[in-house]
Each structure stands twice: as C-alpha cells, then as structure tokens.
Design a protein around this ligand. Structure first.
Ligand SMILES: Cc1cc2nc3c(=O)[nH]c(=O)nc-3n(C[C@H](O)[C@H](O)[C@H](O)COP(=O)(O)O)c2cc1C
Length: 425
C-alpha cells in the first residue's frame, strides 16, 4: 500500500444507506495521508451528519451551493479544481442520472459539471434501481464520458429479503481503486509495481481471408485487451500489444503491432518473447479457410462455394508450452454457456496459469453486452479456485487484473530469465 501524501480527494457523499460506510473510507484515506474534502448532499445528510464527517476530515463539510461564505472563501469552481480526484460514494441513482444528463441543481452536481478532474463513482442502490433501463442508460453514458466505476457488488441489501447487484463496493475496494487512479494520474513511481517486467498482450479478433475481399471474423472489439495493455503500461511494465483488426487507438506507452490472421498473431507473439507476463485476450479464430482464393470468388454456378476449413494454431497453448514460456500466462475464455465448467476445462487443457472467463452471450446481463461493449463481468480462475468479480468497466477489469498480477509477482520474485542471466546477483 502506498501513501497518498499530498493527494487531494474531493468526496461527494450521496443519500444512500451505504453513506455510513464512507466514514470508514474517510478514516482510511486520512490514515494514508490524503487530504479529504467532503460535499454531503441534502439527502446524504439524512444518513450521516456534517458533524461526524467534519470530525474525521478535520475540514469544513460543504453542503450548500448558495452558501455565500463558501463562495467568498472557496466557491464551487475552486472546490472542483482543488482536487486530484473526485470520488462519489455512495453514488445514488439520482446523482448518476444528474451526471449523465448534465443537470446541476445542487452543490454536488454543479461541482461535478464544473470539474475537469477525473471522477470515480461507487454506485449503491437497490438491485431493481440498478437494473432499471434508465440507470443502465445513464451508466453507459457515464462510462462513455470517461467516468470510472467501482462496483456495485452482489449481495444482501439493507432492505429485508432483497438481494442482487447494487451493494456499494467495500471501503477497502474503493480505497484500492482510488490508489490506482491516483497512481495512474501522475505516473507515481510507487504505483509502478511492474517496472522492469515485460508483458505481451493480444487483443481484438483475427480476420481469416476467404478471398481478397472477404474474411471470417468475430465480434471482438479489442476494448478489453487494449485496456489491459494500457493498465500494464500504467503499472510500469514494458508492453507489446499484438492486435487484430480493431478501430481503437493504440494505447499510450505501449508498442502496438497490427496483425490480421491467427498465424500472424502467433508469429508476432513468439517474436516478442522473452516476457514475464502474457495476457492472451484476443478472440483468435479457431479455423481458417484452408486455401483462400487469390481472386474474388464469383457467384457463378448455382451452388454456393464450399469453404474447407483448417484448425488455426492455438496461440495460448503454444505459448504455455513454449521453451521460453513467460512466467505468468493468462488466457481469456469467452463462453456463451456453461461458463465456469468450460473455463475450468480450458485452464486444465491449455497449460496456462490463469483464465479470465467472461460470459459473452446475449443473456449475460452486462449493460451494452460484453462483445463490443464497455463493461464486463468476469471470473478469475487460478489454481487456488475461482473469484467472481462484479460487473465493472473493462478499464476496471484491467486494473483489477493488473493488481492481481502485481500481487503475484511481489517485489522479491526474480525478473525474467534473460535479465536474471544478464545481471546475476
Ligand atoms: C431509507 C432510504 C434509503 C435510500 N437508499 C438509497 C440508495 O441506496 N441508493 C439510491 O440511489 N437511493 C437511495 N435512496 C433515495 C435517495 O436518497 C434519493 O433518490 C435522493 O434524492 C438522492 O439524492 P442525492 O443523489 O442528491 O444524494 C434512499 C432513500 C431512503 C429514504
């Protein structure tokens, strides 16, 4: 855990039952040396008092847009700018709706509109509210606007007999998300826990030519793989991203190589070795057309052309069995049914260390769908068992995965083989 010395967090506390948990978050932020300033919404004051918040922050608590004293002393514009990060917790359905539509009719929403700072929200609400089409629309909009989400998680609600997705992430989880965001903001050396490590990431679909104008492909957008490459780079790793055809910008600070086919992808993955970490996120086509036509296939004759298919190389299995195998090989399993069973079988069959399993079916329940969408809900399978992560943005899946990778390596594990040989200690 790093120290937040000198970092300033503006915390907006909304009117939800989970507001009481935020007192613990404030305590932990203060313990770690962060400056914490709080805006408590009118509804928030029904759940916790400015007195208890102020006692923890040792600062005045802001509650009212039209408080002239505050406007003279600090003002809502300065309040929004004098922070490194704005955190909204609990983020109520109401505040999320205001943020998504640009309403600013109280201090919290006005500060959020006037701000040019990164925003992290921790939604908390009844599962029916979270599932409501309006909330789904609003959350999708916020993600598109670059707002980061942590949670909500699945579990029992405060209301008797109610359970589902809607619980606010625990204070420790929010604290970790704050830490990641702050570290990513200034390239904080303390956040560079993968400095000196090399990583290979694959992303996107592959295109397998049928003829010069047609190809076999899949719906992968590359958003998850690109987010992982970006998060590894933000954590200090030297990253080579090998991507199939996507419409995404190459992430900053990452060496990005564009390929089309599975065979090209395998070649580039092998050429990028040695590495410590491999995250094989690409949705590689299982088959290719055995002999792609060299000229466009014409509609002559009555019968459509028969396409003969050949198995493509299995990049994940090939890498896991490679003589220069990265220490940590992570595969992705995109399944439409029997998610955990199929992912478990993949983990056993491929020889990789971890599998990130995601349900890519139309019934996954993830807002916007997993393939092509901005959110994901995954299980992380390791030798120790499987962890179910709540629905979160693909960027958050990426940071959480990178955090797990960093925990796996720790500081005392040897660097990749070639470096250890070059610098024997
Ligand atoms: C007992 C009680 C608990 C509530 N809990 C939540 C909640 O967890 N999440 C939520 O979105 N709204 C909750 N609400 C409704 C909000 O307080 C209400 O929408 C309010 O306008 C939110 O204002 P704010 O977004 O400015 O804080 C609750 C209301 C009551 C009376």
């Amino acid at each position: 855990m790093t120290d937040f010395n000198g970092k300033r967090v503006l915390l907006i506390i909304g009117g939800g039952i989970a507001a009481y948990k935020v007192l613990e978050l404030i305590r932990r932020l203060k313990e770690r040396g962060a400056g914490v300033r709080v805006i408590l919404t009118q509804a928030g004051q029904q759940f916790i008092t400015p007195l208890s918040v102020g006692a923890l922050t040792h600062e005045r608590v802001f509650t009212d847009l039209f408080d002239l004293d505050d406007e003279r002393e600090i003002g809502h514009i300065r309040l929004s700018r004098q922070a490194d990060l704005i955190v909204v917790a609990p983020a109520t359905a109401d505040t999320i709706a205001k943020m998504a539509s640009g309403l600013c009719n109280d201090l919290a929403s006005t500060v959020l509109m006037a701000s040019d700072k990164p925003v992290l929200i921790a939604p908390a609400m009844n599962p029916k509210m979270w599932d409501h089409p309006a909330t789904r629309r609003n959350v999708k909009q916020l993600r598109a606007d670059g707002v980061a989400l942590i949670g909500p998680e699945e579990g029992e609600m405060a209301e008797e007999g109610e359970a589902g997705i809607g619980r606010m992430a625990e204070p420790a989880t929010i604290l970790a998300a704050i830490e990641e965001r702050l570290a990513a903001l200034d390239g904080n050396q303390a956040g560079q826990f993968l400095k000196g490590r090399r990583a290979i990431v694959t992303s996107g679909p592959t295109h397998e030519p049928i003829d010069p104008v047609r190809y076999l492909a899949n719906r992968s957008s590359g958003k998850q793989g690109h987010a992982i490459a970006a998060a590894l780079a933000a954590a200090g790793a030297e990253v080579t991203l090998i991507s199939g055809p996507v419409t995404l910008a190459a992430p900053d600070g990452v060496t990005t190589l564009a390929v089309e086919t599975a065979e090209e992808m395998l070649k580039q993955v092998e050429a990028a070795l040695p590495a410590d970490i491999a995250v094989m996120t690409a949705a590689v086509a299982d088959w290719r057309v055995t002999e792609a036509a060299t000229t466009k296939i014409k509609k002559t004759g009555k019968a459509p052309p028969a396409l003969k298919l050949t198995r493509n190389p299995d990049i994940l299995a090939a890498l896991a069995a490679h003589s220069n195998r990265p220490e940590l090989v992570i595969g992705f399993a995109a399944e439409t049914n029997n998610l955990l069973k199929n992912a478990q079988a993949k983990l056993a069959a491929k020889g990789c260390d971890w599998i990130v399993a995601n349900d890519v079916s139309a019934t996954s329940g993830v807002a916007g769908g997993v393939l092509g969408g901005d959110a994901n809900r995954v299980h992380l399978l390791t030798a120790a068992g499987s962890d179910a992560w709540p629905e979160m943005s693909k960027a958050e899946v990426a940071s959480r995965l990178v955090q797990r990778i960093a925990e796996y390596f720790g500081d005392d594990r040897p660097r990749r083989r070639d470096e250890a040989e070059a610098h024997p200690s």
